[in-house]
Design a protein around this ligand. Structure first.
Ligand SMILES: [Mg+2]
Ligand SMILES: [Zn+2]
Length: 189
């Protein structure tokens, strides 16, 4: 099974210092949803792993998070794509959970749900903790220069990133790179 694991805020949609608390505040990045659909059409399944400490901080509730994800699924679906599953950490930074990235708990949940060995599965995000969490279970780290990483454009990669991190301008560039590297199998005649 071909699987990629994506961060949400700053990777698929615009990051917000005030947290994305409602469907209205969830705004996709240019080309990101099309990129997910292109990955799907090339045979890739897409899972999302996202820290949502706004839940633990009481900034929004699970019903709002579900509504945000319903909007995301609908928008991807309108482009002929599909996000298979969204895994989120609801905890605050002081709760000592195992699922808040950079801890690998969300990735372990994804591996179990899909029955996939995560070694060599690409992980895409805009912060070191996204990639550190994935690398802990053997994923291959890909940074997109959107969201929190937009300011890194033209600069050397800080040492907080895994040393084998591959850098792409955005999710669309990542998708192009992955699809060119691993062509889809030929369609049966
Ligand atoms: Mg992010
Ligand atoms: Zn957690």
């Amino acid at each position: 099974m071909k699987l990629v694991i994506l961060d949400r805020d700053g990777t698929i949609n615009h990051e917000s210092d005030e947290f994305v608390k409602s469907p209205e505040e969830w705004i996709p990045l240019p080309g990101a949803l099309e990129a997910i659909a292109r990955l799907n059409h090339a045979g890739w399944h897409v899972a999302v792993a996202t820290n949502q400490s706004g839940l633990g901080r009481g900034l929004f509730d699970v019903a709002s998070l579900n509504a945000i994800h319903a909007k995301m699924h609908k928008a991807v679906s309108a482009l002929g794509g599909r996000i298979d599953a969204v895994f989120y950490c609801p905890h605050g930074p002081d709760e000592g959970c195992q699922c808040r990235k950079p801890n690998p708990g969300l990735f372990e949940q994804i591996g179990e749900r899909f029955g996939v060995d995560l070694r060599t599965v690409p992980v895409v995000g805009d912060t070191p903790r996204d990639l550190v969490a994935g690398v802990a279970v053997g994923c291959l780290p890909h940074l997109v220069l959107t969201g929190r990483a937009a300011s890194l454009k033209g600069h050397p990669l800080p040492e907080t990133f895994p040393s084998h991190t591959r850098v792409h301008n955005d999710l669309a560039a990542f998708a192009d790179w992955l699809i060119a590297k691993v062509p889809a199998p030929p369609r049966p005649a």
